[in-house]
Design a protein around this ligand. Structure first.
Ligand code: AMP
Length: 114
């Protein structure tokens, strides 16, 4: 089922896009939890990591990771570090069921997460 992220991919609703290629889009989270909070998403609709089931999907996840590192460098948070998060399913705290990776940085993170 489509989510609001499909509308962002289609450019039907605005987003602060920081990275885009053929397969991926990245934009600033509307409710940032850190000075840098960016969401990296595939352009194809995959609800969650629970549904990643092919070599193609594994490559996509790797590409999301590569994009996160590139964006971290662009945002100037690669030296001090950052956090990558994928919330998966109900217990994982996922709210938007379009696979996405959170890139959080610009402040010291805490552990454990809530
Ligand atoms: P999650 O809980 O992992 O599903 O995270 C969903 C994230 O999407 C939250 O951090 C929201 O703030 C963010 N979000 C929801 N709608 C938008 C939007 N239109 N533009 C940017 N970020 C959004």
């Amino acid at each position: 089922m489509s989510t609001i992220f499909s509308k962002i991919i289609a450019k039907e609703i605005p987003a602060d896009i920081v990275f885009e290629n053929e397969d991926l889009l990245a934009f600033r989270d509307i409710n940032p939890q850190a000075p840098v909070h960016i969401l990296i998403i595939p352009k194809i609709e995959i609800a969650s990591t629970l549904l990643l089931n092919s070599k193609e999907h594994s490559l996509l996840l790797g590409a999301m990771y590569d994009a996160a590192n590139e964006i971290a460098r662009n945002e100037g948070i690669d030296k001090n570090g950052f956090r990558l998060v994928i919330n998966c399913g109900d217990d994982g705290g996922q709210e938007v069921y379009h696979l996405h990776m959170h890139l959080l940085g610009g402040r010291k993170m805490q552990w454990p997460p809530g």
